[in-house]
Design a protein around this ligand. Sequence first.
Ligand code: HEM
Length: 489
Amino acid sequence: MAALLGAACVAALIALRCLRCLWQIISIERGLRGVSKAPGGNILIGHVLPLLKGTPWNIMAAWVMDSPPLVHLRILQRSMVIVGSAEGLKRVFQTNQRNYVKDLDFSFHPFLPILGTGLVTAQGQLWQQQRLLMAPTLRVDVLDDVIGVAKRAADRISVKLDAAKRSGKAIDMEEEFRLLTLQVIGEAVLSLPPEECDRVFPQLYLPVMAEANLRSIRPWRAYMPTPSFFAFHWRMSRLDSYIKRLLQQRWRTRSQRRSSAKLDILDRLLNAIEAKGETWSAVLETQLCYEVKTFLLAGHETSAAMLTWTLYELTRRPDMLAKVKQEAEEAFGTAEAEPSRQAAEQMTLTLSCLQESLRKYSVVPVVTRRVAADDKICGQHIPKGTYLACCLQAVHNSWQEPESWRPERFHPGGEYDGFKEDIRPFMFVPFIQGPRNCLGQYFALLEARIVLALLVKRFTFCCASPDPATRHPSVIPVGPADGMHMHIR
Ligand code: HEM
């Protein structure tokens, strides 16, 4: 009798939860009545099937461009609104930024075992605290050193390119840029030698990221005890031990390192922590481990994709390539000395090429958020609990002839300058905008300017991929679908 009563209680609790969930769905859906609905959904699973018919972010961009500025859809029980205009992004990223939190239970969920409470996935006070601590290290202090780190990486890749030139074999520049950007971030953050980066990261870090990406589309992989499940946990624990060992050693030797000429990002971070009067603890160690993995994630594939697309586009615009080479000659000279920060920052034409690739290819096509309290976006009511897909790609595609690659758009008096002043920063959002914008944007653009300038100065690249411009259908950051094979002359 007692067992029966217990079972009835459990069943009643489950039923109550289901009813509550249903009520939430109904009230959010009713609140979104005024927002145009995406085509093709059904009552049971919402718009899952139409989204699975192609690349989800391309489909979302097409929907919101057909019915701007907002489109409403449902993914299983989650009501979502696609935001596809600069005005809408301004509300979410800046004007009412605090109301739009990271959706840790949905799109970020598969990455939480890796990123934990690192900066990309942190919320509230912890985020604010960590952002304040880290912003100076990435935005100001380390930038002078990035020039040398990037130049050394370009010198190393040049040895490989020379070998490819002699052999006549095509080389996959996407893969090479991925290794290069990992080496750059490994050296800038942890002073890791390149061989160590090449040894550790492809073995431990890249496979766990690949598994997390797979879990985004097939969430059940996180719960099924398959060989990949166990391999993921084994690699995670080895990666964490490796990073934590480095952290402990650094903390012990921090006073000796302080007098050394070159401080890396970790040195600067530890100095800032010590200056706050903090002592070493397991909590601090775990937080720093998350931050290191966050830098690795945020800082390499994005930059690699930007470099790959820019190199590809330059092979198709000989006039622009000649100007980029000219700029490189001026910055580096024939002796190829390390340029000053000022000289590097004067490579504005190279910068416009990188910016135009970020616009055309929307390397990060969409970022997601959750609405903390009822709000209005572009005059439409958006209820608490709604998920947002901020469609950066839709905004980038609303420029004139969006598929054409024209760095001139970013030159003084170009298309970018022509946008109304109040929305201009939200018409170009590869790094988003506002308080949660990308902390590594200056780092990434400086690194890429140095690498690109040196490579086009030294080599001639000819595309060997049959279909190089096709974007990867399912992985963010978006690179080419099948690598970027090039012959070197
Ligand atoms: C072309 C290269 C890059 C692109 C396109 C890019 C893009 C982005 C975007 C779109 C976000 C916002 C994500 C969101 O709010 O959901 C972001 C955040 C972030 N990025 Fe980047 N990123 C790049 C390079 C880098 C590099 C090189 C680093 C580190 C060295 C970095 C570190 C970060 C961090 C720490 C955040 C989190 C900021 C916060 O939430 O306070 N990124 N990035």
